[in-house]
Design a protein around this ligand. Structure first.
Ligand code: ZN
Length: 389
């Protein structure tokens, strides 16, 4: 067994350990405790905090190099139209370079597991040999075209019908059944914008008009929210619902009843100036919330600690330890990896990072979230993936 010692070990799922040690056997954690509990020898990570690698619950790695190319001009439908045009102009090599840049950014910032939305089957291979755990979810759209063929579905950790305005009820039902039967992640963008709400609830707005031009039937609009639409087609159960900014009390109740989890991306939310994220209401309704970065195309850096800081700037009453859990244990649970990723405990995967301890040590979780020092060391599956010690 190899032992790693650090000034602090922050397992997330259990209390902080000062002068702590994590024992690793193969790709798993075998023991966690105080240095005095073990004989060593130890690899000393120094005056740092050793904690589980971050779990990013929503990202689009293949859009990373779209950063700065798609400014938001105040209309969500226009932005969707802009990215559709840009995607058509990109070659496979552009997506490959983009995915590689995204993986690099995740490694630098301490993410060891990412739920990645692949925009096409060709892009799945681009992350297949990544130095971190990539849970690929193939994006599926059947408005204005055909979705990716089923032969690719089996290869993925999960599937992601894009959104209720670009994927049909039939596609949602089929994909949801497929994922439930095989224990795969089922994730979708949902209730993201005021324009999506206007489209589904009132048959109006820029998104409604754009989708009409693209040939989407308006028949199912004007009957209720997109959350109700998804629930009524049976695909809300156990869903990983990305964004969920525009929610009525009825939507909250539906999400809670369905056992759905919400992924919030603070910087993406800020980029589009969406209506306020209803964090307190979701928490009160018992809907778990975890964090994701979304894509660099919507103004994010893929750095989950930056997302945590952004979140705390909007919700200052939330404790840093709670927001750390949203990017570790809660995200791991939502991605069908509870107790396996996002925690340091015997039996979990040896996915961990060491970050410099800057600021006051009285609250180590706060020091981790607000620390600006780069991640100095990272291990994935028991192998060192990054080392700047
Ligand atoms: Zn997204």
């Amino acid at each position: 067994m190899n032992y790693y010692r650090s000034k602090y070990v922050l397992p997330i799922a259990s209390p902080l350990i000062e002068d702590g040690v994590v024992g690793v056997e193969g790709d798993r954690i075998a023991a966690v405790g105080r240095r005095t509990d073990f004989d060593g020898p130890f690899t000393d990570l120094g005056e740092r905090v050793l904690l589980p690698g971050f779990v990013n619950a929503h990202c689009h790695l293949d859009y990373t190099n779209m950063a700065g190319k798609l400014p938001f001009k105040g209309c969500f439908a226009d932005w969707i139209a802009d990215i559709v045009v840009l995607k058509r102009l990109w070659w496979t090599k552009d997506y490959a370079a983009s995915a590689a840049a995204g993986l690099k950014a995740l490694l630098r910032s301490g993410t060891t597991t990412v739920c990645d939305i692949a925009s096409s089957p060709a892009n799945l291979d681009m992350v297949a040999n990544a130095p971190l755990r990539v849970l690929s979810c193939l994006e599926l759209i059947d408005v204005g075209g055909k979705p990716a063929e089923e032969k690719f579905w089996e290869r993925c950790a999960g599937l992601s019908p894009h959104a209720p305005f670009t994927a049909s009820k039939e596609l949602y039902r089929k994909v949801h059944d497929f994922c439930r039967q095989r224990g795969k992640i089922f994730t979708t963008h949902l209730a993201e914008s005021a324009e999506e709400a206007a489209m589904f609830e009132r048959r109006e707005g820029a998104l409604y008009e754009l989708l009409a031009v693209l040939g989407r039937s308006p028949e199912d609009c004007g009957r209720g929210s997109s959350v109700a639409w998804l629930d009524d087609c049976g695909a809300l159960e156990g869903a990983l619902a990305v964004h969920a900014n525009c929610l009525s009390d009825d939507d909250m109740a539906r999400l809670a009843r369905a056992g759905a989890t919400v992924v919030h991306s603070p910087s993406s939310h800020r980029f589009y100036s969406h209506p306020p994220f209803p964090f307190e209401r979701l928490r009160a309704a018992g809907v778990p919330v975890c964090l994701g970065t979304d894509s660099a195309a919507s103004g994010t850096t893929l750095d989950l600690r930056a997302e945590m800081r952004d979140f705390l700037s909007v919700f200052p009453a939330v404790r840093p330890a709670e927001v750390l859990a949203m990017a570790t244990t809660a995200a791991a649970k939502a991605l069908n990896q509870p107790g396996v990723s996002g925690t340091l405990s015997a039996g979990s995967r040896a996915d961990m990072i060491a970050v410099p301890l800057t600021g006051a040590a009285k609250d180590v979780a706060e020091a981790v979230v607000h620390g600006r020092g780069a991640v100095s060391w990272m291990m994935v599956d028991g192998k060192v993936a990054h080392n700047e010690l």
